[in-house]
Design a protein around this ligand. Structure first.
Ligand SMILES: Cc1cc2nc3c(=O)[nH]c(=O)nc-3n(C[C@H](O)[C@H](O)[C@H](O)COP(=O)(O)OP(=O)(O)OC[C@H]3O[C@@H](n4cnc5c(N)ncnc54)[C@H](O)[C@@H]3O)c2cc1C
Length: 363
Protein backbone atom coordinates (compact mmCIF):
# COMPACT_ATOMS: atom_id res chain seq x y z
CA UNK A 1 0.00 0.00 0.00
CA UNK A 2 1.41 3.42 -0.95
CA UNK A 3 1.32 6.41 1.48
CA UNK A 4 -1.27 8.03 -0.87
CA UNK A 5 -3.68 5.21 -0.06
CA UNK A 6 -3.58 6.15 3.64
CA UNK A 7 -4.84 9.01 5.77
CA UNK A 8 -1.90 10.38 7.79
CA UNK A 9 -2.22 12.23 11.10
CA UNK A 10 -0.31 12.80 14.31
CA UNK A 11 -3.10 11.68 16.65
CA UNK A 12 -6.07 9.50 15.69
CA UNK A 13 -9.00 9.69 18.09
CA UNK A 14 -11.52 6.83 18.02
CA UNK A 15 -14.98 8.17 18.89
CA UNK A 16 -16.65 11.54 18.32
CA UNK A 17 -18.49 11.79 21.62
CA UNK A 18 -17.74 14.45 24.22
CA UNK A 19 -14.45 12.93 25.44
CA UNK A 20 -13.07 12.55 21.90
CA UNK A 21 -14.11 16.07 20.92
CA UNK A 22 -12.55 17.57 24.06
CA UNK A 23 -9.28 15.69 23.43
CA UNK A 24 -9.24 16.77 19.78
CA UNK A 25 -10.07 20.38 20.69
CA UNK A 26 -7.14 20.56 23.15
CA UNK A 27 -4.73 19.03 20.64
CA UNK A 28 -5.83 21.06 17.61
CA UNK A 29 -5.65 24.25 19.70
CA UNK A 30 -2.03 23.34 20.48
CA UNK A 31 -1.26 23.01 16.77
CA UNK A 32 -1.31 19.20 16.68
CA UNK A 33 -2.77 17.42 13.64
CA UNK A 34 -5.39 15.40 15.55
CA UNK A 35 -8.32 13.75 13.77
CA UNK A 36 -11.56 12.19 15.02
CA UNK A 37 -12.85 8.95 13.54
CA UNK A 38 -16.48 8.37 14.45
CA UNK A 39 -18.40 5.25 13.45
CA UNK A 40 -21.84 6.88 13.40
CA UNK A 41 -23.04 9.41 10.84
CA UNK A 42 -23.21 12.12 13.53
CA UNK A 43 -21.07 13.41 16.39
CA UNK A 44 -22.09 13.33 20.06
CA UNK A 45 -22.30 9.63 20.98
CA UNK A 46 -24.52 9.46 24.06
CA UNK A 47 -25.27 13.17 23.60
CA UNK A 48 -28.19 13.41 21.18
CA UNK A 49 -30.97 15.96 20.74
CA UNK A 50 -34.30 16.27 19.08
CA UNK A 51 -34.64 19.39 16.93
CA UNK A 52 -37.47 21.37 15.39
CA UNK A 53 -38.10 19.78 12.00
CA UNK A 54 -38.61 23.17 10.29
CA UNK A 55 -36.01 25.42 11.94
CA UNK A 56 -33.48 22.78 13.04
CA UNK A 57 -33.43 24.49 16.46
CA UNK A 58 -32.56 22.39 19.51
CA UNK A 59 -35.66 21.22 21.42
CA UNK A 60 -34.75 18.53 23.96
CA UNK A 61 -32.20 15.95 25.10
CA UNK A 62 -32.49 12.28 24.19
CA UNK A 63 -29.26 11.57 26.07
CA UNK A 64 -27.83 13.44 29.07
CA UNK A 65 -29.52 16.49 30.54
CA UNK A 66 -27.93 17.56 33.79
CA UNK A 67 -24.66 19.01 34.98
CA UNK A 68 -23.77 20.16 38.50
CA UNK A 69 -21.36 23.08 37.83
CA UNK A 70 -21.01 23.89 41.54
CA UNK A 71 -19.59 20.42 42.14
CA UNK A 72 -18.07 19.77 38.72
CA UNK A 73 -15.22 22.26 38.27
CA UNK A 74 -13.96 20.85 34.97
CA UNK A 75 -17.37 20.99 33.25
CA UNK A 76 -17.90 24.48 34.74
CA UNK A 77 -14.54 25.66 33.36
CA UNK A 78 -15.24 24.31 29.83
CA UNK A 79 -18.79 25.70 29.76
CA UNK A 80 -17.39 29.11 30.68
CA UNK A 81 -14.60 28.87 28.10
CA UNK A 82 -17.11 27.97 25.39
CA UNK A 83 -19.42 30.76 26.56
CA UNK A 84 -22.29 28.33 27.25
CA UNK A 85 -24.71 29.28 30.04
CA UNK A 86 -26.61 27.01 32.42
CA UNK A 87 -29.88 27.43 34.32
CA UNK A 88 -31.43 25.70 37.30
CA UNK A 89 -33.57 22.60 36.67
CA UNK A 90 -37.19 23.73 37.21
CA UNK A 91 -38.44 22.19 40.45
CA UNK A 92 -41.09 24.61 41.78
CA UNK A 93 -44.39 23.16 42.94
CA UNK A 94 -45.56 19.67 43.75
CA UNK A 95 -44.44 16.42 42.20
CA UNK A 96 -46.89 13.67 41.28
CA UNK A 97 -46.68 10.27 42.90
CA UNK A 98 -48.26 8.03 40.27
CA UNK A 99 -50.07 5.13 41.93
CA UNK A 100 -51.05 3.28 38.71
CA UNK A 101 -53.80 3.05 36.11
CA UNK A 102 -56.91 2.88 38.32
CA UNK A 103 -55.79 5.06 41.20
CA UNK A 104 -55.71 8.82 41.65
CA UNK A 105 -52.22 10.26 41.54
CA UNK A 106 -51.02 12.01 44.70
CA UNK A 107 -49.54 15.53 44.83
CA UNK A 108 -46.51 15.76 47.05
CA UNK A 109 -43.67 18.23 47.49
CA UNK A 110 -40.35 16.55 46.69
CA UNK A 111 -37.14 18.39 47.43
CA UNK A 112 -35.11 19.20 44.28
CA UNK A 113 -31.37 18.54 44.03
CA UNK A 114 -29.02 21.35 45.05
CA UNK A 115 -26.91 22.63 42.15
CA UNK A 116 -28.60 20.57 39.44
CA UNK A 117 -28.46 22.54 36.20
CA UNK A 118 -29.44 22.41 32.53
CA UNK A 119 -27.28 23.67 29.70
CA UNK A 120 -28.75 26.29 27.37
CA UNK A 121 -28.99 24.53 24.01
CA UNK A 122 -28.50 21.20 25.83
CA UNK A 123 -25.24 19.21 25.98
CA UNK A 124 -25.61 19.30 22.18
CA UNK A 125 -24.41 22.91 22.42
CA UNK A 126 -21.07 21.62 23.79
CA UNK A 127 -20.77 19.14 20.91
CA UNK A 128 -21.59 21.78 18.27
CA UNK A 129 -19.14 24.33 19.70
CA UNK A 130 -16.30 21.83 20.03
CA UNK A 131 -16.86 20.52 16.49
CA UNK A 132 -16.82 24.11 15.20
CA UNK A 133 -13.52 24.80 17.00
CA UNK A 134 -11.93 21.65 15.57
CA UNK A 135 -13.15 22.23 12.01
CA UNK A 136 -14.59 19.78 9.46
CA UNK A 137 -11.23 18.73 7.94
CA UNK A 138 -10.25 16.93 11.15
CA UNK A 139 -13.58 15.15 11.72
CA UNK A 140 -14.49 11.95 9.88
CA UNK A 141 -17.91 10.38 10.49
CA UNK A 142 -19.06 6.98 9.17
CA UNK A 143 -15.56 5.72 10.02
CA UNK A 144 -15.83 2.63 12.19
CA UNK A 145 -12.45 1.37 13.37
CA UNK A 146 -12.22 -2.41 13.65
CA UNK A 147 -8.51 -3.18 13.68
CA UNK A 148 -5.34 -1.62 15.11
CA UNK A 149 -1.87 -2.69 14.07
CA UNK A 150 1.46 -1.40 15.37
CA UNK A 151 4.42 -1.32 13.04
CA UNK A 152 7.55 -0.01 14.80
CA UNK A 153 6.74 3.60 15.79
CA UNK A 154 3.54 3.88 13.71
CA UNK A 155 -0.02 2.93 14.61
CA UNK A 156 -2.34 1.82 11.78
CA UNK A 157 -6.11 1.88 12.12
CA UNK A 158 -8.36 -0.02 9.77
CA UNK A 159 -12.04 0.60 9.27
CA UNK A 160 -14.93 -1.80 8.97
CA UNK A 161 -15.76 -0.83 5.36
CA UNK A 162 -13.45 -0.91 2.38
CA UNK A 163 -14.28 2.64 1.29
CA UNK A 164 -12.53 4.50 4.15
CA UNK A 165 -8.75 4.74 3.87
CA UNK A 166 -6.56 3.07 6.52
CA UNK A 167 -5.12 5.61 8.97
CA UNK A 168 -1.44 5.99 9.74
CA UNK A 169 -0.80 7.88 13.01
CA UNK A 170 1.81 8.46 15.72
CA UNK A 171 -0.62 7.89 18.58
CA UNK A 172 -4.19 6.80 19.23
CA UNK A 173 -6.66 8.04 21.84
CA UNK A 174 -9.56 5.64 22.35
CA UNK A 175 -12.66 7.65 23.31
CA UNK A 176 -15.39 5.04 22.84
CA UNK A 177 -17.14 2.70 25.33
CA UNK A 178 -14.66 0.17 26.70
CA UNK A 179 -16.84 -2.91 26.28
CA UNK A 180 -17.61 -1.97 22.66
CA UNK A 181 -13.92 -1.43 22.01
CA UNK A 182 -12.96 -4.76 23.57
CA UNK A 183 -15.61 -6.62 21.55
CA UNK A 184 -15.43 -4.96 18.15
CA UNK A 185 -11.75 -4.14 17.60
CA UNK A 186 -9.04 -6.60 16.63
CA UNK A 187 -6.20 -5.39 18.88
CA UNK A 188 -3.56 -7.76 17.50
CA UNK A 189 -2.18 -8.41 21.01
CA UNK A 190 -1.54 -4.71 21.73
CA UNK A 191 -3.39 -4.92 25.06
CA UNK A 192 -2.43 -6.99 28.06
CA UNK A 193 -4.89 -9.26 29.89
CA UNK A 194 -5.34 -6.78 32.74
CA UNK A 195 -6.54 -4.06 30.33
CA UNK A 196 -8.85 -6.49 28.55
CA UNK A 197 -10.35 -7.56 31.89
CA UNK A 198 -11.01 -3.95 32.91
CA UNK A 199 -12.61 -3.20 29.54
CA UNK A 200 -14.92 -6.20 29.80
CA UNK A 201 -15.91 -5.38 33.36
CA UNK A 202 -16.66 -1.67 32.86
CA UNK A 203 -20.40 -1.00 32.31
CA UNK A 204 -21.18 1.85 29.92
CA UNK A 205 -23.12 4.37 31.99
CA UNK A 206 -26.81 4.64 30.98
CA UNK A 207 -26.28 2.36 27.95
CA UNK A 208 -29.44 0.35 28.63
CA UNK A 209 -31.74 3.30 29.38
CA UNK A 210 -34.61 4.49 27.21
CA UNK A 211 -35.80 8.07 27.28
CA UNK A 212 -38.93 9.88 26.06
CA UNK A 213 -39.32 13.61 25.40
CA UNK A 214 -42.72 15.18 24.98
CA UNK A 215 -43.03 18.69 23.51
CA UNK A 216 -46.04 20.91 24.31
CA UNK A 217 -47.22 24.41 23.30
CA UNK A 218 -47.04 25.63 26.91
CA UNK A 219 -45.81 24.24 30.25
CA UNK A 220 -49.42 23.84 31.45
CA UNK A 221 -48.36 21.80 34.50
CA UNK A 222 -46.57 24.86 35.92
CA UNK A 223 -49.90 26.76 35.88
CA UNK A 224 -51.34 23.95 38.04
CA UNK A 225 -48.58 24.46 40.61
CA UNK A 226 -46.80 21.27 39.50
CA UNK A 227 -43.07 20.85 39.02
CA UNK A 228 -43.47 18.40 36.12
CA UNK A 229 -41.81 15.70 38.19
CA UNK A 230 -43.40 12.24 38.36
CA UNK A 231 -42.32 9.31 40.51
CA UNK A 232 -44.05 6.11 39.42
CA UNK A 233 -43.73 2.42 40.11
CA UNK A 234 -46.11 1.62 37.26
CA UNK A 235 -44.82 3.59 34.30
CA UNK A 236 -44.39 3.53 31.45
CA UNK A 237 -42.29 6.47 32.73
CA UNK A 238 -40.93 5.58 36.16
CA UNK A 239 -39.44 9.06 36.48
CA UNK A 240 -40.30 12.29 34.63
CA UNK A 241 -39.14 15.92 34.87
CA UNK A 242 -39.83 19.38 33.50
CA UNK A 243 -37.61 19.81 30.41
CA UNK A 244 -38.49 23.33 29.26
CA UNK A 245 -36.10 25.93 27.94
CA UNK A 246 -34.89 28.64 30.36
CA UNK A 247 -37.96 30.86 29.84
CA UNK A 248 -40.41 27.93 29.68
CA UNK A 249 -40.02 27.62 25.91
CA UNK A 250 -39.91 25.17 24.23
CA UNK A 251 -42.29 23.55 26.71
CA UNK A 252 -41.30 19.95 27.34
CA UNK A 253 -41.22 17.02 29.72
CA UNK A 254 -38.81 14.12 29.68
CA UNK A 255 -38.92 10.73 31.35
CA UNK A 256 -37.10 7.43 31.66
CA UNK A 257 -38.92 4.32 30.49
CA UNK A 258 -39.14 1.27 32.71
CA UNK A 259 -37.52 -1.90 31.29
CA UNK A 260 -40.90 -3.67 30.89
CA UNK A 261 -41.97 -1.10 28.27
CA UNK A 262 -38.93 -1.33 26.08
CA UNK A 263 -40.09 -4.49 24.29
CA UNK A 264 -43.31 -2.78 23.10
CA UNK A 265 -43.78 -1.14 19.71
CA UNK A 266 -42.93 2.61 19.67
CA UNK A 267 -46.55 3.66 18.90
CA UNK A 268 -47.82 1.57 21.79
CA UNK A 269 -45.20 3.05 24.15
CA UNK A 270 -46.06 6.61 23.05
CA UNK A 271 -49.79 6.03 23.59
CA UNK A 272 -49.11 4.53 27.06
CA UNK A 273 -46.93 7.54 27.97
CA UNK A 274 -49.66 10.01 27.00
CA UNK A 275 -52.22 8.01 29.04
CA UNK A 276 -49.89 8.21 32.03
CA UNK A 277 -49.34 11.96 31.57
CA UNK A 278 -53.13 12.55 31.32
CA UNK A 279 -53.56 10.52 34.52
CA UNK A 280 -50.89 12.63 36.27
CA UNK A 281 -51.42 16.13 34.81
CA UNK A 282 -54.97 16.10 33.39
CA UNK A 283 -56.46 16.24 29.88
CA UNK A 284 -54.17 19.04 28.64
CA UNK A 285 -51.39 16.44 28.56
CA UNK A 286 -53.11 14.79 25.57
CA UNK A 287 -52.55 17.92 23.49
CA UNK A 288 -48.83 17.39 22.76
CA UNK A 289 -46.93 18.64 19.72
CA UNK A 290 -44.26 15.95 19.45
CA UNK A 291 -43.19 12.83 21.30
CA UNK A 292 -39.85 11.12 20.65
CA UNK A 293 -38.28 7.98 22.08
CA UNK A 294 -34.64 6.95 22.27
CA UNK A 295 -33.77 3.43 23.34
CA UNK A 296 -30.02 3.45 23.94
CA UNK A 297 -29.99 -0.33 24.34
CA UNK A 298 -30.45 -0.67 20.58
CA UNK A 299 -27.41 1.49 19.75
CA UNK A 300 -24.68 -1.04 18.98
CA UNK A 301 -21.95 1.62 19.09
CA UNK A 302 -22.81 2.41 22.73
CA UNK A 303 -24.48 -0.62 24.32
CA UNK A 304 -22.64 -3.96 24.33
CA UNK A 305 -24.08 -7.46 24.83
CA UNK A 306 -22.55 -7.46 28.33
CA UNK A 307 -24.38 -4.22 29.16
CA UNK A 308 -27.65 -5.82 28.00
CA UNK A 309 -27.05 -8.98 30.03
CA UNK A 310 -26.08 -7.38 33.35
CA UNK A 311 -28.09 -5.05 35.62
CA UNK A 312 -27.07 -1.39 35.22
CA UNK A 313 -24.45 -0.34 37.77
CA UNK A 314 -23.36 3.10 38.86
CA UNK A 315 -19.94 3.89 37.39
CA UNK A 316 -17.05 3.31 39.75
CA UNK A 317 -13.49 4.54 39.53
CA UNK A 318 -11.71 2.01 37.31
CA UNK A 319 -8.23 0.68 38.21
CA UNK A 320 -5.33 3.01 37.31
CA UNK A 321 -4.11 0.49 34.74
CA UNK A 322 -6.73 1.72 32.21
CA UNK A 323 -5.31 5.24 32.52
CA UNK A 324 -1.75 4.10 31.84
CA UNK A 325 0.10 4.27 28.50
CA UNK A 326 0.05 1.29 26.16
CA UNK A 327 2.39 0.58 23.24
CA UNK A 328 5.13 2.85 24.65
CA UNK A 329 2.76 5.78 25.02
CA UNK A 330 1.19 5.35 21.57
CA UNK A 331 -2.20 4.16 22.83
CA UNK A 332 -4.33 5.89 25.49
CA UNK A 333 -7.93 5.55 26.73
CA UNK A 334 -10.11 8.59 27.33
CA UNK A 335 -13.83 7.63 27.33
CA UNK A 336 -15.97 8.96 30.24
CA UNK A 337 -15.80 5.66 32.16
CA UNK A 338 -11.99 6.00 32.49
CA UNK A 339 -12.26 9.35 34.33
CA UNK A 340 -10.80 9.97 37.76
CA UNK A 341 -13.66 12.37 38.58
CA UNK A 342 -17.35 11.60 37.99
CA UNK A 343 -16.63 8.54 35.81
CA UNK A 344 -19.40 7.90 33.26
CA UNK A 345 -20.76 11.45 33.48
CA UNK A 346 -20.31 14.57 31.33
CA UNK A 347 -17.75 15.82 33.88
CA UNK A 348 -15.91 12.50 33.50
CA UNK A 349 -15.92 12.66 29.69
CA UNK A 350 -14.39 16.14 29.80
CA UNK A 351 -11.84 15.21 32.49
CA UNK A 352 -10.70 12.06 30.64
CA UNK A 353 -10.49 13.74 27.22
CA UNK A 354 -8.59 16.73 28.55
CA UNK A 355 -6.22 14.66 30.70
CA UNK A 356 -5.18 12.36 27.85
CA UNK A 357 -4.75 15.23 25.38
CA UNK A 358 -2.50 17.00 27.90
CA UNK A 359 -0.51 13.81 28.41
CA UNK A 360 0.07 13.64 24.66
CA UNK A 361 1.26 17.25 24.78
CA UNK A 362 3.59 16.32 27.62
CA UNK A 363 1.93 18.74 30.03
C1 LIG B 1 -29.97 8.46 28.52
C2 LIG B 1 -28.70 9.02 29.11
C3 LIG B 1 -28.77 9.97 30.11
C4 LIG B 1 -27.61 10.50 30.66
N1 LIG B 1 -27.73 11.49 31.61
C5 LIG B 1 -26.61 12.12 32.05
C6 LIG B 1 -26.73 13.31 32.83
O1 LIG B 1 -27.85 13.81 33.09
N2 LIG B 1 -25.58 13.90 33.28
C7 LIG B 1 -24.33 13.39 32.96
O2 LIG B 1 -23.34 13.97 33.42
N3 LIG B 1 -24.20 12.29 32.16
C8 LIG B 1 -25.30 11.66 31.70
N4 LIG B 1 -25.18 10.60 30.81
C9 LIG B 1 -23.81 10.13 30.48
C10 LIG B 1 -23.13 11.01 29.37
O3 LIG B 1 -23.95 11.01 28.23
C11 LIG B 1 -21.76 10.43 29.05
O4 LIG B 1 -20.91 10.57 30.18
C12 LIG B 1 -21.01 11.12 27.90
O5 LIG B 1 -21.84 11.52 26.86
C13 LIG B 1 -19.92 10.14 27.43
O6 LIG B 1 -19.17 10.73 26.39
P1 LIG B 1 -17.96 9.92 25.73
O7 LIG B 1 -17.49 10.74 24.59
O8 LIG B 1 -16.97 9.55 26.75
O9 LIG B 1 -18.60 8.55 25.20
P2 LIG B 1 -19.74 8.33 24.09
O10 LIG B 1 -20.73 9.43 24.13
O11 LIG B 1 -20.24 6.94 24.32
O12 LIG B 1 -18.98 8.44 22.69
C14 LIG B 1 -18.29 7.36 22.15
C15 LIG B 1 -18.34 7.45 20.62
O13 LIG B 1 -17.57 6.39 20.07
C16 LIG B 1 -18.20 5.97 18.87
N5 LIG B 1 -17.71 4.63 18.51
C17 LIG B 1 -18.04 3.43 19.03
N6 LIG B 1 -17.38 2.45 18.42
C18 LIG B 1 -16.58 3.04 17.48
C19 LIG B 1 -15.64 2.54 16.52
N7 LIG B 1 -15.36 1.23 16.41
N8 LIG B 1 -15.00 3.42 15.70
C20 LIG B 1 -15.26 4.77 15.80
N9 LIG B 1 -16.15 5.28 16.68
C21 LIG B 1 -16.80 4.43 17.53
C22 LIG B 1 -19.68 6.02 19.24
O14 LIG B 1 -20.50 6.05 18.09
C23 LIG B 1 -19.75 7.31 20.05
O15 LIG B 1 -20.03 8.43 19.23
C24 LIG B 1 -26.33 10.06 30.22
C25 LIG B 1 -26.26 9.11 29.19
C26 LIG B 1 -27.42 8.61 28.63
C27 LIG B 1 -27.34 7.60 27.51
Amino acid sequence: MTPEDQLHCEIAIIGGGLSGLIACNVLVSAGIDAHIFEAANRLGGRIKSTRDQHTGKYLADLGPTWVWPEYQPIAARWLKALNIQTYHQYDQGDAIIDMGANQSPMRQFLLGQHGIARIIGGPQNLIDQLAKNIGPDNIHCDYQINQIIRSNDRMFLHSANNISKPIDSNKIIVAAPLRIMEQTINWNDLLDQAATNIMQSAPTWMATQAKAVIIYKTPFWRELGLSGRIASQFGPLFEAHDHCGPDGSPAALFGFLGPSQQANKPDEIKSNIIQQLVRCFGNKAADFEKIELMNWESDNLICSDQDRQTPPAHPELLPDHIRSDYCDGRLLFAVAETATQSPGLIEGAIEAGERMAKRVLGA
